[in-house]
Design a protein around this ligand. Structure first.
Ligand SMILES: Cc1ncc(COP(=O)(O)O)c(C=O)c1O
Length: 296
């Protein structure tokens, strides 16, 4: 993103490995960075690595709004950590952030709304606690794709971080957070065999569709993606093969196209080197996926 000219980047994650800290430092010299934290040791590391830089590093504390992943609850540890950041010469305390990823196990729109409400409430509670202790909180950053629509107008929230909404996918559809016409990413597979009347095999396996069926709810999706142009279900994936059980016995000749809405667009994006961006007139452009495979 920095290489593409984006000049204000918040890494909503904790960075602790020396090699990654060095990369963070290098990046901070080129662009305005902010990073997440929830641990005193990490703050010491950040302060150490940024000690000889011109500008201080912006830091946001992660709040656990119910996902039970990273993050602190509003309480004494939050105050201690914020004070530690404020006392760190090369760091700048900017605010708090959260991601209520438990929203992916919601069974209804009402539940999504309720979780979004909780997400906002715990953040406002955290801000108030910080303020009562004389610590200002400039940024309150929240969000996931399902909860974001309920948080845009929320008083106090300064930033939302949905990501998946760029494409949406089958999981979002099953959750009720998008409509079918909002799907913007598809995997176009090819039938390679029909070994049985109700079984066809496609050339898209786990390396093309990912094994994701929803991170928090088991069996949120029926199969490994939603087939748009055939009646059947992707029941099994091996690395290079997808097994489709057809609803009815019908002949599907090898070479036929199968159009699939992936279960989880974020994970699938990371599997490809390029997208074919389809224009309305049927022409397409190739977009390289520069940021894939960058977890190392
Ligand atoms: C910390 C954090 N922020 C934002 C997001 C974006 O949320 P979503 O994928 O629901 O759009 C994620 C997704 O995993 C996340 O982990």
């Amino acid at each position: 993103m920095a290489a593409a000219g984006i000049r204000n980047i918040f890494i909503a994650n904790q960075i602790t490995h020396p090699l990654k800290l060095k990369r963070l430092r290098d990046l901070h010299e080129k662009t305005k960075l902010a990073v997440g934290t929830d641990h005193p040791r990490q703050i010491r590391l950040l302060n150490e690595y940024f000690s000889d830089l011109q500008s201080a590093l912006d830091v946001l504390i992660e709040i656990d709004s119910g996902l039970q992943r990273c993050g602190l609850l509003p309480g004494p540890r939050l105050i201690d950590l914020a004070r530690q950041i404020k006392e760190s010469e090369y760091l700048n305390f900017k605010g708090i952030f959260t991601h209520a990823g438990q929203v992916y196990s919601a069974g209804s729109t009402e539940e999504i709304r309720r979780i979004a409400g909780q997400e906002a409430q715990i953040m406002l509670q955290s801000r108030q606690l910080l303020q009562e202790n004389g610590i200002g909180c400039e940024i309150i950053s929240v969000g996931s794709t399902p909860s974001a629509p309920y948080l845009v107008d929320q008083e106090g929230v300064t930033e939302i971080r949905p990501g998946n909404y760029v494409f949406y996918d089958n999981i979002q559809y099953k959750l009720g957070s998008c409509r079918t016409e909002q799907w913007a990413m598809f995997v176009l597979a090819t039938v390679i065999s029909q070994p049985a009347a109700q079984r066809i095999i496609i050339d898209a396996g786990s390396k093309a569709l990912n094994l994701d069926r929803g991170a928090h709810a088991t069996n949120l999706t029926e199969g490994y993606g939603r087939i748009l142009n055939l009646r059947g279900e992707i029941v099994r994936l091996s690395e290079e093969h997808g097994v489709i059980q057809l609803d009815n016995a019908e002949e599907i000749i090898p070479g036929s196209a199968v159009l699939i809405v992936p279960n989880h667009a974020c994970a699938v994006t990371n599997l490809y080197a390029k997208f074919y961006l389809l224009n309305q007139d049927g022409s397409f452009e190739i977009i390289p996926v520069d940021a894939r495979g960058m977890s190392q």
